[in-house]
Design a protein around this ligand. Structure first.
Ligand code: NAD
Length: 283
């Protein structure tokens, strides 16, 4: 039996449509449109593509986006001053600092300078703390998208064994916390995990966020498992692939996300949702 492919593009489109309707209502009630400020430093081509994708999504749902582009040699102080200024700007509901920042800049103080109420990426320690404590606050977009994709299958999360591969603050840790709040039994695997395959073989839900092409093999997957592939890896021929060997895993998994067309569009849809929520909270 072939696993069902979870269509992240279609799910993200439905969520953007919902957000658009809610943005329209917000505009009527509040008399203004939600605003997202995107801070881009340097000329990393992948970051430029991501920023354009986010701006396009803003245009589609009716959020006003403004791009603040600093040169790659911008100083820590310059970036901090920009972010602090946006924090005080009343027309800005959400601030997104596109990562990675160029070498030489320390991302942590910059992310900490985003006021928690405008932290639509959910990376500020206040929001990460609320996520840890109660599952509340603004959730990091990719982790929130992973949860929506799992929920879209109809598979019950409670009581299931979930394995998250990767422990970054951006993806792995918040995803593990959201799964924990949904009452899964969660194992977080990482680069020092012994016998990764044995952990994955036990998992009813697998989330791969490693950054290595086709790293998770099809014969590691438990038959019927839900497999969410966060990885975005560019191959030598220019094509994108995930962290899971899709061809090997798709006939074993119950449900699996493709790359592209899985987690990627959901991350952007969740950013739209977070920005609207931040605007509503500010009134
Ligand atoms: P990261 O480099 O910060 O973290 C990678 C994690 O993988 C680390 O925690 C590390 O311990 C783990 N790891 C490395 N080698 C391993 C091994 N041999 N065995 C087990 N674990 C290992 O990366 P990240 O920011 O978490 O991103 C992970 C991937 O997800 C990347 O491909 C990135 O491009 C992608 N990503 C996609 C989206 C999206 O919207 N789809 C968003 C963010 C990141």
């Amino acid at each position: 039996m072939s696993g069902r492919i979870i269509d992240g593009t279609a799910l993200a489109r439905r969520i953007r449509q919902e957000v658009k309707e809610q943005v329209d209502a917000f505009r009527r009630d509040a008399g203004r449109v939600p605003g997202l400020a995107v801070v881009l430093v340097g000329d990393d081509p992948a970051s430029q593509v991501y920023v354009r994708t986010k701006e396009r999504a803003c245009g589609e749902v009716g959020i006003r986006s403004q791009r603040h582009h600093l040169p790659g040699d911008a100083t820590q102080k310059e970036v901090l001053e920009l972010v602090e200024g946006l924090g005080k700007d009343d027309t800005v509901d959400g601030i997104l600092v596109q990562l990675p920042l160029p070498r030489g800049l320390d991302p942590q103080p910059i992310l900490h300078a985003v006021p928690p109420a405008k932290d639509v990426d959910g990376f500020h320690p206040y929001n990460l703390g609320r996520l840890t404590e109660s599952g509340e606050g603004i959730h990091p977009c990719t982790a929130a998208g992973v949860m929506e994709l799992i929920r879209s299958t109809g598979v019950e999360i409670e009581g299931k064994r979930a394995v998250v591969i990767g422990r970054s603050t951006i993806v792995g840790k918040p995803t593990a916390l959201l799964l924990l709040h949904a009452n899964a039994t969660v194992t977080v695997c990482h680069s020092r995990t012994a016998d990764l395959a044995a952990h994955v073989r036990e998992a009813d839900i697998v989330v791969a966020a490693v950054g290595r092409p086709r790293f998770v093999r099809g014969d590691w997957i438990k038959p019927g498992a839900v497999v969410i592939d966060v990885g975005i890896n560019r191959l030598d021929d220019g094509k994108l692939c995930g962290d899971v060997d899709f061809e090997g895993a798709k006939d074993v998994a119950g449900y699996i996300t493709p790359v592209p067309g899985g987690v990627g569009p959901m991350t952007v849809a969740m950013l739209m949702r977070n920005t609207l929520a931040a605007a509503r909270a500010r009134g």
